[in-house]
Design a protein around this ligand. Sequence first.
Ligand SMILES: [Zn+2]
Length: 356
Amino acid sequence: MTIHHFRRHNCRLCASTALSLVFQLKPTPLANAFVPRNMLGNVQSVFPLDIFLCNNCKHLQLLDVVDPRVLYEHYVYVSGTSPVFVEHFRQYAESMLARFAPQRDVLTVDIGSNDGTLLSFFKQSGCRVLGVDPAIEIARDAVTRGIPTLVDFFSPTLAEQIVEKHGTASVVTANNVFAHLDDLASFLRGIRTLIGRHGVFAFEVAYLRDMIENGLFDMFYHEHLDYHSVGPLVPFFASHGLELIDALRIDTHGGSLRGIVQAAGGPHQVSRSVAELVEDERRIGLDKAETYTDFASDIEKIGQELRLVLKKIKSEGKSVAGYGAPAKATTLMYHFGIGPDVVDYIIDDSPWKQSL
Ligand SMILES: [Zn+2]
């Protein structure tokens, strides 16, 4: 199968063509493209993991874009399989409703709704709910569990259809989706339509600051096109008639950011946390290319140490097992050159990954 991929030439947020390559990880196949035993002899396509900084708005991003239908139509990450996530979503739904929709009989839409875990908590609180997700099998499961789900990619046209049928949404959520889209501008046009004058859009993404401070280089893989920080997002939302009204640091995925957005001049005050985080990001140098070259050389050192430790264990005749097969394991194994000569097997509790 030929997988379509292209390299864009301008910044995904501000469209500037002034982009600097700040570091490179080894090219990998798609992170969740695990294959059955009988296909082990086939060579998988690999794609570059070259990381660019926009010299204009300082957004960090991949420019190589893999066809999203390949990545998401048969997606294997299921949020409901992680008890930590289930609890996270319960609290998230509660806090969003308390703050933005106390009357409860409102419409909430989750984009990238996966198995419907987050929406199930909105539903329990009395909301009308609607999921949008292109992953055919997982979305079908959500529908079976009583969460109405449109099996599609979110777009301005889909947003218009939803509004026509159900009215505007009071709360729209998108978790670990906002870093996955090549055409973010079109996504935001859809969001503006869907939230109308009074709704809010909340998104959660891995936070670049935590990735850099904690050395989470394995969060770089092809699903993640964008590595968001608050600074570049403020003007990006503004350029689409939207306003970032809050930015919170949360602890999922090793450190994430929850942003809350309304129509420009909408009903809610802008929290001081937005300006505070922008200031912190500048202080630690997220807008500087040197920050990322330093990060890359730290990663190389960690890789050398890890290889030494694993080789020593193997030389003592012991075996090495991997605990969990997340997408990030692919980045780690390819970048550090850790293959089947070192790791004997990997276990994972997701039936979507087992025996592959
Ligand atoms: Zn830019």
